[in-house]
Design a protein around this ligand. Structure first.
Ligand SMILES: [Zn+2]
Length: 257
């Protein structure tokens, strides 16, 4: 398998996933069609499928044009998003699997950012869209703190720590600044922030992360960290300080960071 990140719009990533034995490929979250179709041509692969993680325009914006350019493309997304994802042909839920050439793709339903958010697992990689970012998570537009807690900590968090995490936006540096703000003594955060600043200064992408890195640096997966709990207590003295309530306050703090 080969994975090629394609920067789209101002800070989105689409990912071209190539099965090297068949030359067949799928595109995760084509925000726009032009850079995707240029990459497909450059790589000389056969585009067979669009894998949408959720219905937001900056993740499905290229669907219609790509369907015109590559007739017969399958379009995958959550089964509840039939009316919201252009061209959705195969609605999925947790446990559903499909083939991309010889690669097997598994779906995980992980609501929180939207009700129909899905991550795709291929070999030791997971494509998380706007559910899990490096050191962050998406805003709770349609879900609750309990949804996001379960999606990050149980559903995606149930994968092995070595899993590579391909996320939907280049927000890593700002996310790590926030992680440092809520958990200043976390050395994993300061070390990763230093690496990421260097990478960004040279124009490099910060994708992928690993699930192990996320357990160490992502405040939304560290709701039992004493430092984060103390920070939340300061912010919201009446909080019951259970992990889900902690996530809710940390998310609110991030919204205005
Ligand atoms: Zn989104």
């Amino acid at each position: 398998m080969r994975i090629i990140p394609i920067p789209c719009l101002s800070d989105n990533y689409a990912y071209l996933v190539v099965c090297e034995s068949s030359g067949e490929a799928g595109i995760v979250d084509p925000s726009e069609s032009a850079p995707v179709s240029a990459c497909v041509k450059k790589e000389g692969v056969t585009l067979k499928a669009i894998l949408n993680t959720h219905h937001h325009w900056d993740h499905i914006g290229g669907n219609k044009e790509l369907l015109r350019e590559f007739p017969g493309l399958k379009v995958y997304g959550h089964k509840s998003d039939q009316a919201r994802i252009d061209g959705l042909s195969d609605g999925l839920d947790t446990g559903d699997k499909f083939q991309l050439g010889s690669l097997q793709v598994g779906a995980l339903h992980n609501p929180g950012h939207t009700t129909g958010a899905v991550s795709y697992v291929i070999e030791d990689c997971v494509f998380t869209g706007d559910t899990m970012f490096a050191a962050g998570c998406g805003r709770l537009f349609e879900g609750t703190p309990a949804n996001m807690y379960a999606s990050l900590n149980k559903v995606i968090g149930g994968l092995p720590e070595t899993t590579r995490v391909y996320f939907g936006h280049e927000y890593t540096e700002n996310n790590l600044r926030f992680a440092q703000f809520v958990e200043p003594d976390n050395t994993a955060v300061s070390e990763k922030l230093a690496q990421v600043k260097k990478a960004r200064a040279s124009g490099a992408f910060t994708t992928p992360s690993t699930l192990g890195d996320e357990w160490r640096t992502n405040p939304f997966m560290r709701c039992e960290s004493e430092e984060i709990v103390a920070r939340v207590k300061q912010e919201d003295p009446a909080n019951d300080l259970q992990p889900i309530s902690v996530l809710g306050v940390v998310r609110r703090m991030k919204d205005s960071f």
